[in-house]
Design a protein around this ligand. Structure first.
Ligand SMILES: [Zn+2]
Length: 304
């Protein structure tokens, strides 16, 4: 009689799952239908319940702004925290999942604006977590002052942000490994100078996927700013959108959940895994940026 392996074991062997691929037990308190919970509400400080996205990756943000929690074998990693008022909501969501904020080992950031990083000082105080930041985010995050070179500067300067204690500046954009999960940053400076996208592998059962937390791709500015007068910024936008388009990307997540239809995808209304999602997201943003440049040129003063 030949020994017969269960099909799951055969598949796992065929896929050569890493030791960390074993999913940790599902958490209590996570909703399955965040789309219904946030229906009609997309405010940046509108409370949302915590929800599992995939494997060990959870949504702990508000109805309008994403915060992600990844459970690893060596503690938690939090990506973004939302506006300052969202700090207690994010901390409450972490607790609802049965975790202690003290178990957060690292905090990572998409970009250095108050609507995504404003809550992090309070969360860092509460958790004692360390912050790893890209070189162009570290200055703004460490001082709480926006970067004067940011096209949105005058708008950002109206919103204060408590400074973070930066433990690690990822000068060469090396990855951060926590509990066997590699969090790989990519400089994607389209939306802001410090814009960073993060990818990691996560597994749910025997299914393993690359999650891409692709930063905001909208290219906006203060009213008086003209990209046409700032060729370096135009080049950075193109570099950033090109980098987003080529991210490894089975599951796209964005700092504004609506930008990737995240809640419908998490709630099963639309597919969570979408081939080419990062590419489509970046191409749509590139098209909008081309239109912006064209409208700047159309309103340019005629030469004397
Ligand atoms: Zn922003």
């Amino acid at each position: 009689m030949s020994a017969r392996l269960p099909i799951a074991a055969l598949l796992a062997a065929a896929l050569a799952l890493p030791a960390t691929a074993q999913p940790l037990p599902p958490r209590p308190g996570a909703t399955r239908n965040i789309a219904a919970a946030c229906a009609g509400r997309d405010g940046w400080a509108d409370p949302a319940p915590p929800a599992r996205i995939f494997g060990n990756t959870y949504y702990v943000g508000t109805c309008g702004i994403t915060a992600l929690l990844v459970q690893t074998q060596a503690g938690l990693v939090l990506l973004d925290g939302g506006v300052p008022e969202a700090a207690p909501l994010v901390l409450a969501n972490i607790r609802k999942l049965g975790f202690s904020p003290r178990a957060i080992r690292w905090i990572l950031v998409s970009h250095e604006h108050y609507d995504h990083a404003g809550a992090l000082a309070e969360i860092q105080r509460e958790s004692g977590a360390r912050v790893a930041a890209g070189p162009f985010q570290a200055q703004a995050l460490g001082t709480g002052q926006p970067d004067p070179g940011d096209p949105q500067y005058p708008m950002l300067a109206k919103h204060s942000m408590a400074p973070l204690r930066i433990e690690k500046t990822m000068l060469n954009y090396g990855r951060l490994t926590v509990g066997g999960i590699d969090f790989t940053p990519a400089a994607t400076p389209a939306h802001s100078p410090g814009s960073t996208s993060w990818t990691w592998r996560d597994c749910q059962g025997i299914e393993c996927r690359t999650i891409a937390y692709a930063d905001s791709a909208t290219v906006i500015s203060a009213e008086s700013y003209r990209f046409s007068d700032n060729p370096k910024r135009i080049a950075a936008v193109h570099t950033g959108l090109g980098a987003i388009a080529t991210l490894p990307c089975d599951i796209l997540i964005t700092p504004h959940p609506s930008a990737s239809n995240l809640f419908d995808r998490m709630s099963g209304v639309k597919p969570l895994v979408q081939a080419g999602a990062c590419r489509a997201y970046a191409l749509a943003a590139a098209k909008r940026f081309d239109e912006r440049l064209a409208s700047e040129n159309a309103t340019a003063l005629p030469p004397k």
